[in-house]
Design a protein around this ligand. Structure first.
Ligand SMILES: NC(=O)c1ccc[n+]([C@@H]2O[C@H](COP(=O)([O-])OP(=O)(O)OC[C@H]3O[C@@H](n4cnc5c(N)ncnc54)[C@H](OP(=O)(O)O)[C@@H]3O)[C@@H](O)[C@H]2O)c1
Length: 435
């Protein structure tokens, strides 16, 4: 029983609001019960009822006692007990609040805390994931008459992909940089595979290759283009680079891929084909200096705009972002040899600011990281490319390799200051560092 002269604040609204939303009638007893029946606020805002001095009322609207304004100052005992119910916890006539039972626990719950709600959400997520998996696994009924043109097939991913697609029945048009590469591929491959020579840094070479593709595919058009040719060196601290170092990497990785695509787009449109661009995790997170990261960021941007622009013509564009794999691009000897060249051509003043120790530590850290993360299973990358070419619904992006999935891509979403700190901690500090 509350017959106090001391004002007490009763928190009633969460209860009656929840009850009203669910369309329940309030249960007898309790503070919230009384409020639910008597006090739907016009604004629907939570109210604190002040009880004391012989009356109960919302503090801001107390116009003289009783349960005003909702109840009216002069309501009769009969009216009060009718509207409040027989066991409301309020001595309505005198306006004195009386607790008749403790606040029921469930009235404190937010609707999202209900287990049924979480179960429902879980089911929706599971159904969506299942639907996505089924859709993702659907493959084209036949690939026998489909031509795929791949650049950079001398070695690495391009070479393996050409052989695998030929085995699966695609008509593979493989472009190699060197005659030796083309001969080696042609000899070691069963299935429908034809080779040509292509240097993607030269426009005349690209035009010739495009003409050859046009003759090969005929009226059907080109079903697939895989921009795979790429180089990485030189990689190293940005200050050690010259503009030509950027230009030579971007000539292959970026402008080569763009020019080949532009030349072949009419044939791709005809076949409502697919473009698969080989980017890298370093196109998502720029972990080192040199043209490589810059070139792969460009490929990401080019692919995104191409996908959007070709959408209405039915040409699909996918980006493959491999982590680190054991190929010529990640060959430690060639990376170190190119880094040594950069070091030796540095101006004495710049070299002094880094110090000999920095150079040796840089090589050591690079060797350690590459030995840990480089994956020998190139199939992880080519399977992504095969999916992009053979699935009914190719994905926009594929990340290949455990390091891509667990390390590089999650890191690319972190705040820059965290990634900066980690890289600054791992890599050696120059001799004349100031922090
Ligand atoms: N390996 C990785 O860890 C990794 C990770 C992410 C992304 N990637 C990307 O994957 C793609 C394939 O690289 P990969 O790892 O398979 O290395 P790779 O074995 O060196 O393959 C690159 C291919 O491109 C060819 N090539 C180089 N310059 C060319 C040019 N100007 N014109 C035409 N072809 C040219 C190379 O020919 P030669 O063999 O005759 O030089 C080689 O066949 C590249 O775009 C690379 O950036 C690789």
């Amino acid at each position: 029983m509350l017959r106090s002269c001391t004002p007490v604040i009763l928190h009633t609204t969460p209860h009656w609001e929840g009850e009203r939303r669910r369309g329940h009638r309030s249960q007898p007893g309790g503070w919230g019960r009384g409020a639910a029946e008597c006090s739907p606020t016009p604004s629907g805002q939570p109210q604190h009822w002040v009880v004391g001095q012989g009356h109960t009322s919302p503090p801001q609207k107390n116009n003289g006692g009783g349960l005003t304004p909702w109840h009216g100052a002069g309501c009769s005992a009969q009216q009060c007990s009718r509207s409040l119910g027989p066991n409301t916890g309020l001595d309505a006539c005198r306006g004195v609040a009386q607790p008749s039972s403790p606040l029921p626990k469930k009235t404190q719950h937010h609707p999202f805390q209900a287990p049924a709600m979480w179960l429902y959400l879980l089911l929706v997520v599971l159904a969506w994931a299942l639907g996505w998996l089924v859709r993702d696994r659907r493959t084209l009924p036949s690939v026998k008459d489909k031509h795929v043109f791949i650049t950079g097939c001398d070695s690495g991913f391009g070479n393996l992909l050409a052989r695998r697609l030929a085995q699966r029945g695609f008509r593979v048009l493989a472009a190699c940089l060197t005659p030796q590469g083309a001969d080696g591929l042609q000899r070691g491959c069963a299935g429908h595979l034809r080779t040509t020579l292509l240097d993607v840094t030269r426009s005349d070479s690209i035009r010739r290759a495009a003409e050859w593709v046009r003759e090969e595919v005929g009226e059907k058009g080109l079903f697939g283009l895989v921009n795979n040719a790429g180089v990485a060196n030189p990689i190293g601290p940005t200050e050690w680079m010259r503009i030509e170092d950027y230009q030579q990497v971007m000539a292959v990785n970026t402008f080569g891929a763009i020019e080949v695509t532009l030349q072949l787009l009419p044939l791709l449109k005809r076949a409502r084909g697919r473009v698969v661009n080989t980017s890298s995790v370093l196109g998502r997170l720029s972990a080192n200096g040199g043209g490589y990261c810059v070139s792969k960021y460009c490929i990401e941007a080019f692919s995104d705009s191409l996908r959007r622009d070709m959408y209405h013509f039915g040409v699909k564009v996918s980006i493959v972002e491999p982590g680190f794999f054991k190929t010529a691009v990640t060959n430690l000897e060639s990376i170190e040899a190119s880094l040594r060249q950069l070091w030796e051509r540095l101006a004495p003043e710049t070299r002094l600011s880094y110090g000999e120790e920095f150079f040796h530590k840089y090589l050591k850290v690079q060797r350690l990281i590459m030995n840990i993360i480089c994956d020998a299973d190139l199939g992880k990358v080519t399977r992504c490319m095969e999916h992009a070419l053979g699935a009914c619904h190719p994905r926009t992006r594929y990340s290949a390799g455990w390091d891509a999935k667990l390390l590089w891509l999650p890191a690319s979403y972190l705040p820059a200051c965290i990634v900066d700190f980690v890289l600054a901690t791992i890599l050696p500090k120059p001799a004349h560092h100031v922090r």
